[in-house]
Ligand binder design. Sequence first.
Ligand code: PEP
Ligand code: MN
Length: 270
Amino acid sequence: MSLVKFVSREYKSENTIIEVGDVVFGNGKFPVIAGPCAVETENQVLSIAQSVKKAGAQIFRGGAFKPRTSPYSFQGLGKQGLHLLGKVRKETGLPIATEVLDVENFDLVEEYADLIQIGTRNMQNFSLLRRAGRSKKPILLKRGMSATLEEWLMAAEYIMQEGNKNIILCERGIRTFVKHSRNTLDLSVIAAVKKESHLPVIADPSHAAGVRDQIISLAYAAAAVNADGLMIEVHNNPEKALSDGLQSLYPDQFTALMGKIHSIHAIAGS
Ligand code: PEP
Ligand code: MN
């Protein structure tokens, strides 16, 4: 039996290109996914979507099912949230990235999402990974917060083994001993992934930092290490956000970030 894995460069030497609507990952460009942590209201998602689109974001993100540390925290609007995301797509034309928490709601999320996110806490939920592997939609697989590169790639292997080869990996910060940030963005893993695997890998500085004032520099750093794109949380009223307000950029900060990031990536990627 061959031990060559579907995720590996040995199996496929050229970079895999993933299309989410007409947005392309893995072809040397740097698409940016932006939006709030959670879908809260119609006005909130439409307002954020319009501003991030204007700034150059190509995919809108927002959670309808939220994996919260505390069961007493806001858990997301569920189906109603997905419906609001559908409105965002209709109004703005932006494809939608949203998280699926369990096999139970997979069919529902799959109906609305253009890019299905599997979060850090579910990276080794093998039944969920297998279900994702039977989906026709691309999967955004976040790295487990304590996962090694090998464990992360093996999680992707579960998806690929079931037939779905459209996976974008996302480094979102790992647990370390530091107290100045929520997690530590592991920039070195970007190069390590690219060496081992043909799959595109993007960075999520928002969940890595956990605090707003570190995010813009980490985003620039991700562009400089030649990640294949970015996921960033943006909120029109972060003080009132129902989830992850402290790490959400204000729309004008996001616009400023977008003004520079492609030039940084262009230097690093050449
Ligand atoms: C999110 O994207 O809002 C999220 C919960 O991410 P993570 O799984 O990386 O914590
Ligand atoms: Mn979040």
